[in-house]
Write a protein that binds this ligand. Structure first.
Ligand SMILES: Nc1ncnc2c1ncn2[C@@H]1O[C@H](COP(=O)(O)OP(=O)(O)OP(=O)(O)O)[C@@H](O)[C@H]1O
Length: 467
């Protein structure tokens, strides 16, 4: 098993508190939770899945116009994927795909109860035409038939295998393992629908995919060092000196800034954590695992989800409490990740104690020495650590309104704009977009309530593991 393999705290189980309480008799198994989620997905129109069909249509029309033969193989393979997908009995389970498939999308704002129609021009998507569709046999050959020696990672939904293509390129093949065929198809399309449109040095590089028989495979460039989580909490922790940690923090911030503010559309990742940060051989971080990512229409302040997906220890209070999703929920998770980078402690320790709750009093007391990972042996740049500590303390503010946005985070991490942010603090409430009253509640959301909700979610998920 490779260095990145870890199941500890991999509680990326979908818990659906509202639905479960309405289905009290249901066994809270992971499967049931996933089914309930699928049920709700019928109502959820923010899923990015349909973009793939839109793209398929776009590629077809481009193909007609250009008559180019060079990419026709790839296009026909895309066609095959959707043909394959369409003949499966999944229609009933994925109505949102049909809603999303065409050039017009109807976005229903749950916060304002207003309908807004957004036209999606087919040219809008900057889809990567270079995406390769592999045959199953190619990937079986590359991964030694998905042998256990090639297994380098396992999450809640997938196993990841190291492989080598014929031309010598090292790859990581993510094989979706969790759920029924319909669920795997849905997860596959969801992740592919986002990642195929993301292109930044600090996001994982997808090379291609494969759908054959009941296999759903996503193919990425291999990150030779595995995940930040496996490194910082594993035996090779000593490789992460302070300068590398600082570089990693800056890189993740750049990647998240891109997703939130500079990508074609606002992307909320929803599962920012150390295990979802891959490292290149130069310790450049790359955000991966877009399985839970959401696209947020420009005109929305936020969206509400009834299913809480993500990882314990990284949840923002308003997400836990009200299912509110926006950039600030990612920023809270990023703050937890910064605390992890500074302290070397996991987001939830063996006693299930939250890193945020451990760090809060130290942040308030500005006790930097107590926060810093003892394994760094005082060998760190005090100014840089100070910037990261300050940024982390802002990111994990209980109130989303008081958390900085990613462009502010990026400058704060470099030690700029600190005073600016402090002086604007008083004004922020009036300048900030107005949230519904749930967020006002969130401001009163204290550590005790946070802990209680966290425990509630954990119990449900653990219950589901055991059943
Ligand atoms: N390109 C890659 N190179 C090296 N290792 C990888 C790569 N992609 C994924 N991994 C490893 O596999 C693990 C699981 O991958 P991933 O997070 O995509 O799976 P998942 O089932 O979607 O996880 P989660 O439970 O967080 O949703 C990662 O934490 C990482 O250690």
């Amino acid at each position: 098993m490779g260095p990145s393999y870890t199941m500890k705290n991999q509680l990326t189980l979908m818990s659906n508190i509202d639905l479960l309480s309405r289905h009290k008799d249901a066994t809270a198994s992971a499967h049931n939770l996933r089914e309930l989620e699928m049920e709700k997905e019928k109502e959820d129109e923010t899923s990015p899945r349909g973009v793939l069909e839109a793209e398929s249509e776009q590629q077809a029309s481009e193909s007609n116009a250009s008559g180019s033969s060079s990419s026709s193989r790839a296009r026909s393979r895309w066609g095959k994927i959707f043909k394959l997908w369409k003949i499966r009995p999944t229609k009933n389970h994925l109505p949102s795909l049909h809603t999303l498939s065409f050039s017009k999308l109807r976005w229903k704002s749950k916060s304002t109860k207003e309908d807004t129609t957004t036209t999606l021009h087919t040219g809008f998507y900057n889809f990567r035409s270079s995406l390769i569709t592999f045959s199953l046999s190619e990937l079986q050959y590359a991964t030694n038939n998905f042998s256990s020696e090639n297994l380098i990672g396992r999450g809640g939904f997938a196993e990841v295998y190291q492989g080598c293509l014929e031309e010598g390129k090292l790859i990581a093949v993510k094989k979706l393992t969790n759920g029924s065929l319909e669920e795997k198809t849905a997860d596959f399309l969801s992740e592919l629908g986002v990642i195929a449109h993301v292109d930044h040095p600090n996001t994982a590089k997808i090379i291609g995919c494969c759908v054959e028989r009941d296999m759903h495979l996503l193919v990425f460039s291999l990150s030779p060092l595995g995940s930040l989580g496996s490194l910082i909490h594993g035996p090779n922790k000593h490789k992460l000196d302070w300068s590398k940690r600082y570089k990693i923090a800056l890189g993740i911030a750049d990647g998240l800034l891109y997703l939130h503010e500079n990508c074609h559309r606002r992307i909320i990742h929803r599962d920012i954590k150390a295990e979802n940060i891959l490292l290149t051989e130069n310790f450049d971080p790359q955000i991966c695992d877009f399985g839970l990512a959401k696209w947020l229409p420009e005109q929305w302040t936020h969206c509400n989800v009834t299913k809480i997906g993500g990882t314990f220890g990284y949840f923002a209070p308003e997400y836990c409490m009200h299912g509110i999703v926006d950039e600030k929920t990612d920023i809270f998770s990023f703050g937890v990740l910064l605390l992890e980078i500074i302290s070397g402690r996991p987001a939830l320790d063996d006693m299930q104690k939250s890193l945020v709750l451990w760090a809060k009093p130290l942040l308030e007391a500005k006790n930097i020495e107590a926060l810093v990972d003892p394994s760094l042996d005082d060998d760190y740049d005090k100014d840089q650590v100070g910037h990261v500590v300050f940024t982390a303390s802002k990111c994990v503010d209980q109130s989303p309104i008081l958390r900085p946005c990613m462009s502010e985070v990026v400058t704060l991490l470099r030690g700029h704009d600190k005073c600016d942010l402090e002086s604007r603090k008083g004004q922020r409430k009036s300048l900030q977009r107005t949230y519904s009253e749930e967020l006002l509640d969130a401001q009163e959301y204290n550590s005790t309530k946070y802990l209680r909700d966290l425990n509630r979610h954990r119990q449900l998920a653990l219950g589901s593991c055991e059943s």
